[in-house]
Design a protein. Sequence first.
Length: 512
Amino acid sequence: MEKDSLLKSPTGWGDINEVVYASPQNVTGDASWLSVCCMWLTLPVSCVQGICGGLCQFVMAFMVLGCYCIQAIPQWLCCSAMGSAECGRPCILAPSWWRYVIGGLTALIANSRSRLALFIWEWKAFGEDEHFWHGEGFWSVKYEECSNIMKSQQRRSDSFACIQACVPDLFASNILLFMSNTGPESEWAHMRSALHSTLLDKGSTYYSERQKKLRGLIASDWPNAQVEDFNDKTKLQLIVVKCVFYMMFGVWLDNADADTLRAWRTKAVSFVLPRLVHRFLFNLLLRKVQGLRVDTVRLVEKHGLQSFILEINEKLPPKYRRTPAVKLCDEIMFAVGFAGIGGTCACCETLAAFLQCKIPEEASAHLISFEKYPTSAEMIAAYKSNPVTYIKEAVRIDPPVTSCTNVSKEERVVRFRGREYTMKENTLNQYTLSMANRDPSVFTNPDVFDPTRKELDMALTWNGAFGTRDEEKVYPRICPGRYLSLDVALAVVGYVVGHEEPYSPMLSCMGP
């Protein structure tokens, strides 16, 4: 018993509860409990304004910009969401955010719960120029600008979806997502290198050995699976969870443990909500995510996998090492769950729908055309012809990650509804890769699903052009788990559709 206890809690490991339930940071005035109470008391008024904004683009623009037709009137005086953000979102301007968050939720529902459809709707609301406003910053939509941001040394902050993130209660602090890539000696560079060499090295023996066994493990858990079985989303997600965890840690989970981690996909909506909304909902969703983070670390402890975390911690320079080590475990497992499991599940769900000529649940039908492959049989044949290009085209059209947040490094001018607005240095800026992937100046007939398109490798789905020459040098923040995600998708879908021929994404994705 004592030996088991030491295995689960090695020296310097620490208690995950002290990390997850630490005091919240980045609490703005309009997210204070006083603001939340007032929002409840005035809810009918905010609902009327917010619902109007979510259904009418003109009203939405007014709620964000204020009196944009009369430049002499300050935005904050109009109780605009942008003006509030520029002032630090104080409590006195909270009414602008009460109606704004209701308007955003209404617009999302009105656009079939599709994030891409919502972004396009907002882009039109702000004049169909090169940018639009959402949350606390401006969003870039053109391919060239998005690609250039991805190629640069990005300044980051504790922000997600262009809103200050709820740390450390919802999001783990110090995750790669929040770190600036300012050079080879940055914390981001050291953390990415240590994580990659320990858990994501496709050229390693452990990776190739696990990859060889993956299909057999899937077959043992999902015997005689057919394309129609993809409609059992829970089963599909459980299989993907097991594959991702096995490829990274060498452990094939049972259904109970896999179901615990599956919540990283099913609770995805919680991560896009600002603290104001979480508190308005009495932190019910936030508490569930906190419980998930604790359960995830407990699962690492249960299987005795702390050595992986301790190895990564030792690879970091002393100034970047985590004390206690369980804090690093929380950060790494947050990335594994949020990006690895959540993203790969979304990818496989899209493939499952496309192979049956169906529109994924979180997509909008008018933005996807199957005109080149109108039947399931033709879709399956297209997949078997070239699985990698099929997957890359599917997630170009319906990407698991639709955008990323960085911080503007200089003052710049953008246009909303024909008027120029100055964005100060350190304003949040979201590059919208889901819209960049449909830029008609780059992608021919962008709404049409076409795995044979010549420009496919230019898609920015994995935070960079996956498949182009020197992709990691050109796009320093390209997804470190892109090969793992692709390998899992190939294994799962290949097994179900009966594609026996081995396929190497490492070779197939290399550019000329």
